[in-house]
Design a protein around this ligand. Structure first.
Ligand SMILES: N[C@@H](CCC(=O)N[C@@H](CS)C(=O)NCC(=O)O)C(=O)O
Length: 225
């Protein structure tokens, strides 16, 4: 199997299925497709049915869309608890995952994933306040019920879906409770996440669209190194 991904430093959607594959020790290879630069969209259009990453290739099967990839892996590897075993928890895990897929637009648009950088105080809190409030309720409720360290005790696909949000909280030093802060630490401590982070930190490429200093007009495109 091969997973087509975007630049690890920025590609939040690519991180999600990659974390599931790596954490659950499913053999795979990956290939980075650039998310910026001359003709990058042409390359994406050639390699991805949707023109977006991630894309899972398994023989002649090509699966775009993060949640579809995760569900395919859960079907293909039923012995790996990619989703919680308990049917009720599984429903709640899927609800949390799909809420992440469709929601949290404030965080996603105003606090782009950028693993190598630290930008405390640069995100206007009123643009993310509602999302942070919802995160506290969602994570808080699930962690209280499971006892942690992950949303359903052991790491599942629901945590992989929220991992990019955990990185945003750290990159932009967003104000969260001790419970949420401990969850962010738990995500960062996952060996599979550490592997992704180590490779992301070695990446030389800059995607201006995901650089908050460019977005907010403090830096000109092409000047971030
Ligand atoms: N709904 C898609 C979203 C994927 C997505 O937006 N990926 C970004 C990278 S994080 C992308 O491919 N961007 C390419 C572009 O901007 O054209 C999923 O769930 O996988």
């Amino acid at each position: 199997m091969k997973l087509l991904i975007g630049n690890r430093n920025y590609s939040s959607w690519s991180l999600r299925p990659w974390l599931v594959l790596q954490h659950f020790e499913i053999p795979f290879e990956d290939e980075v497709l650039q998310l910026a630069g001359e003709g990058f969209r042409d390359v994406l259009a050639q390699r991805s049915p949707t023109g977006r990453v991630p894309v899972l290739i398994d023989g002649d099967l090509v699966v775009p869309e993060t949640l579809a990839i995760i569900e395919y892996l859960a079907d293909k590897f039923p012995d790996k608890a990619i989703w919680p075993d308990d049917i009720r928890d599984r429903a709640l895990a899927r609800a949390a995952a799909t809420e992440m897929h469709a929601g949290f637009s404030g965080l996603r648009s105003h606090a782009p994933m950028n693993l190598r950088s630290s930008h405390p105080g640069k995100v206007a809190l009123d643009t993310v306040a509602r999302d942070l409030q919802r995160l506290e309720a969602l994570w808080g409720g699930l962690l209280q019920k499971s006892g942690g360290p992950f949303l359903f005790g052991a790491l599942t696909a629901a945590d992989a879906m929220f991992a990019p949000v955990a990185t945003r909280i750290r990159t932009y030093a967003l104000p969260v409770s001790d419970t949420a802060a401990a969850y962010v630490e738990a995500i960062y401590a996952v060996p599979a996440f550490q592997s992704w982070l180590a490779m992301a930190l070695k990446e030389p490429w800059v995607v201006d669209e995901d650089e908050i200093d460019v977005i907010q007009g403090r830096a000109k495109p092409g000047t971030i190194v």
